[in-house]
Design a binder for this molecule. Structure first.
Ligand code: HEC
Length: 132
Protein backbone atom coordinates (compact mmCIF):
# COMPACT_ATOMS: atom_id res chain seq x y z
CA UNK A 1 0.00 0.00 0.00
CA UNK A 2 2.66 2.50 1.09
CA UNK A 3 4.89 1.67 -1.84
CA UNK A 4 1.93 2.22 -4.13
CA UNK A 5 1.37 5.71 -2.77
CA UNK A 6 5.05 6.58 -3.19
CA UNK A 7 4.93 5.26 -6.74
CA UNK A 8 1.88 7.37 -7.50
CA UNK A 9 3.51 10.52 -6.12
CA UNK A 10 6.67 9.76 -8.09
CA UNK A 11 4.66 9.26 -11.27
CA UNK A 12 2.81 12.55 -10.81
CA UNK A 13 6.10 14.38 -10.20
CA UNK A 14 7.64 12.74 -13.26
CA UNK A 15 4.70 13.83 -15.43
CA UNK A 16 4.83 17.39 -14.06
CA UNK A 17 8.58 17.59 -14.66
CA UNK A 18 8.13 16.23 -18.18
CA UNK A 19 5.56 18.87 -19.09
CA UNK A 20 7.34 21.79 -17.45
CA UNK A 21 10.59 20.92 -19.28
CA UNK A 22 8.79 20.60 -22.58
CA UNK A 23 7.12 23.99 -22.62
CA UNK A 24 9.54 25.18 -25.23
CA UNK A 25 12.09 23.21 -27.20
CA UNK A 26 14.39 26.21 -27.30
CA UNK A 27 14.33 27.28 -23.64
CA UNK A 28 17.48 29.39 -23.92
CA UNK A 29 15.96 31.15 -26.92
CA UNK A 30 12.78 31.74 -24.94
CA UNK A 31 14.73 33.23 -22.02
CA UNK A 32 16.57 35.65 -24.28
CA UNK A 33 13.38 36.46 -26.22
CA UNK A 34 11.54 37.20 -22.98
CA UNK A 35 14.33 39.56 -21.88
CA UNK A 36 15.13 41.28 -25.17
CA UNK A 37 12.10 41.11 -27.47
CA UNK A 38 9.00 40.65 -25.33
CA UNK A 39 8.86 44.29 -24.18
CA UNK A 40 7.72 45.21 -27.68
CA UNK A 41 6.53 42.02 -29.39
CA UNK A 42 4.88 40.66 -26.21
CA UNK A 43 5.80 37.45 -24.41
CA UNK A 44 3.37 35.41 -26.50
CA UNK A 45 4.60 37.01 -29.75
CA UNK A 46 1.27 38.69 -30.51
CA UNK A 47 2.86 42.12 -30.98
CA UNK A 48 0.82 45.30 -30.66
CA UNK A 49 -1.43 46.26 -33.54
CA UNK A 50 0.02 48.99 -35.82
CA UNK A 51 3.12 49.36 -33.62
CA UNK A 52 4.96 46.08 -33.12
CA UNK A 53 4.42 43.34 -35.73
CA UNK A 54 3.21 39.93 -34.63
CA UNK A 55 5.82 37.17 -34.48
CA UNK A 56 3.18 34.53 -33.78
CA UNK A 57 2.16 34.01 -36.46
CA UNK A 58 5.15 35.61 -38.11
CA UNK A 59 4.73 37.41 -41.43
CA UNK A 60 5.26 34.61 -43.98
CA UNK A 61 7.19 36.88 -46.33
CA UNK A 62 10.04 37.15 -43.80
CA UNK A 63 12.76 34.63 -44.58
CA UNK A 64 14.83 33.03 -41.86
CA UNK A 65 17.90 35.00 -42.95
CA UNK A 66 15.92 38.24 -42.79
CA UNK A 67 14.85 37.24 -39.31
CA UNK A 68 18.46 36.73 -38.20
CA UNK A 69 19.50 40.06 -39.77
CA UNK A 70 16.57 41.95 -38.22
CA UNK A 71 17.48 40.63 -34.77
CA UNK A 72 21.07 41.85 -35.10
CA UNK A 73 20.60 45.10 -37.03
CA UNK A 74 17.01 46.11 -36.33
CA UNK A 75 14.64 47.26 -39.06
CA UNK A 76 13.28 50.61 -40.20
CA UNK A 77 10.67 50.30 -42.96
CA UNK A 78 9.25 53.54 -44.32
CA UNK A 79 5.73 52.33 -43.69
CA UNK A 80 6.20 51.80 -39.96
CA UNK A 81 5.66 54.36 -37.23
CA UNK A 82 8.64 53.28 -35.13
CA UNK A 83 11.83 51.46 -35.92
CA UNK A 84 13.21 48.38 -34.26
CA UNK A 85 16.58 49.03 -32.58
CA UNK A 86 19.61 46.79 -33.30
CA UNK A 87 20.93 44.27 -30.75
CA UNK A 88 24.72 44.52 -30.98
CA UNK A 89 25.16 42.74 -27.63
CA UNK A 90 23.61 39.48 -28.84
CA UNK A 91 26.11 36.78 -29.87
CA UNK A 92 25.45 34.57 -32.91
CA UNK A 93 24.51 31.73 -30.55
CA UNK A 94 21.87 33.93 -28.89
CA UNK A 95 20.46 34.88 -32.29
CA UNK A 96 20.40 31.19 -33.33
CA UNK A 97 18.43 30.33 -30.20
CA UNK A 98 15.97 33.19 -30.69
CA UNK A 99 15.43 32.32 -34.38
CA UNK A 100 14.78 28.67 -33.48
CA UNK A 101 12.47 29.66 -30.63
CA UNK A 102 10.41 31.92 -32.93
CA UNK A 103 10.38 29.48 -35.84
CA UNK A 104 10.00 26.15 -34.02
CA UNK A 105 8.23 26.94 -30.75
CA UNK A 106 6.10 29.93 -31.74
CA UNK A 107 5.38 29.05 -35.35
CA UNK A 108 5.56 25.24 -35.23
CA UNK A 109 7.94 24.99 -38.18
CA UNK A 110 9.82 21.74 -38.72
CA UNK A 111 12.87 23.64 -39.92
CA UNK A 112 15.63 24.35 -37.40
CA UNK A 113 18.85 26.26 -37.88
CA UNK A 114 22.39 25.48 -36.80
CA UNK A 115 24.86 28.02 -35.50
CA UNK A 116 26.82 27.75 -38.78
CA UNK A 117 23.75 28.45 -40.88
CA UNK A 118 22.85 31.54 -38.85
CA UNK A 119 26.50 32.68 -38.96
CA UNK A 120 26.40 32.51 -42.78
CA UNK A 121 23.10 34.42 -42.87
CA UNK A 122 24.57 37.14 -40.65
CA UNK A 123 27.65 37.39 -42.87
CA UNK A 124 25.37 38.16 -45.81
CA UNK A 125 23.39 40.88 -44.09
CA UNK A 126 26.61 42.45 -42.86
CA UNK A 127 27.63 42.94 -46.50
CA UNK A 128 24.21 44.34 -47.34
CA UNK A 129 24.44 46.78 -44.44
CA UNK A 130 27.91 47.97 -45.49
CA UNK A 131 26.71 48.61 -49.07
CA UNK A 132 23.94 50.98 -47.99
C1 HEC B 1 11.88 48.57 -28.84
C2 HEC B 1 10.89 47.68 -29.41
C3 HEC B 1 11.36 46.42 -30.09
C4 HEC B 1 12.17 45.42 -29.59
C5 HEC B 1 12.83 45.37 -28.21
C6 HEC B 1 12.25 44.41 -30.62
N1 HEC B 1 11.53 44.78 -31.71
FE1 HEC B 1 11.24 43.70 -33.40
N2 HEC B 1 10.25 45.25 -34.23
C7 HEC B 1 9.93 46.42 -33.58
C8 HEC B 1 9.27 47.31 -34.52
C9 HEC B 1 8.75 48.72 -34.24
C10 HEC B 1 9.23 46.64 -35.75
C11 HEC B 1 8.68 47.17 -37.10
C12 HEC B 1 9.80 48.03 -37.68
C13 HEC B 1 9.64 48.33 -39.13
O1 HEC B 1 8.95 47.59 -39.86
O2 HEC B 1 10.24 49.34 -39.58
C14 HEC B 1 9.83 45.33 -35.53
C15 HEC B 1 9.95 44.36 -36.49
C16 HEC B 1 10.39 43.09 -36.26
C17 HEC B 1 10.36 42.01 -37.23
C18 HEC B 1 9.79 42.10 -38.64
C19 HEC B 1 8.33 41.71 -38.57
C20 HEC B 1 7.51 42.03 -39.78
O3 HEC B 1 6.45 41.40 -39.93
O4 HEC B 1 7.90 42.89 -40.58
C21 HEC B 1 10.86 40.91 -36.60
C22 HEC B 1 11.01 39.52 -37.21
C23 HEC B 1 11.24 41.31 -35.27
N3 HEC B 1 10.93 42.63 -35.09
C24 HEC B 1 11.79 40.47 -34.33
C25 HEC B 1 12.29 40.91 -33.10
C26 HEC B 1 13.03 40.07 -32.19
C27 HEC B 1 13.30 38.59 -32.40
C28 HEC B 1 13.41 40.84 -31.15
C29 HEC B 1 14.30 40.48 -29.99
C30 HEC B 1 15.65 40.12 -30.35
C31 HEC B 1 12.85 42.17 -31.37
N4 HEC B 1 12.19 42.17 -32.57
C32 HEC B 1 12.96 43.23 -30.49
C33 HEC B 1 10.17 46.73 -32.28
C34 HEC B 1 10.97 46.01 -31.43
Amino acid sequence: MKANKVNTIFLILAILTYFSCNEAKYMQGKRTYDMVCATCHMQNGSGVKNLYPSLKPINTSITSSELACIIRYGVNKESSLIKMPPNPALETVDITNIVNYIVVDMNRSKEEFTLDQIEAMLENCKEATVEQ
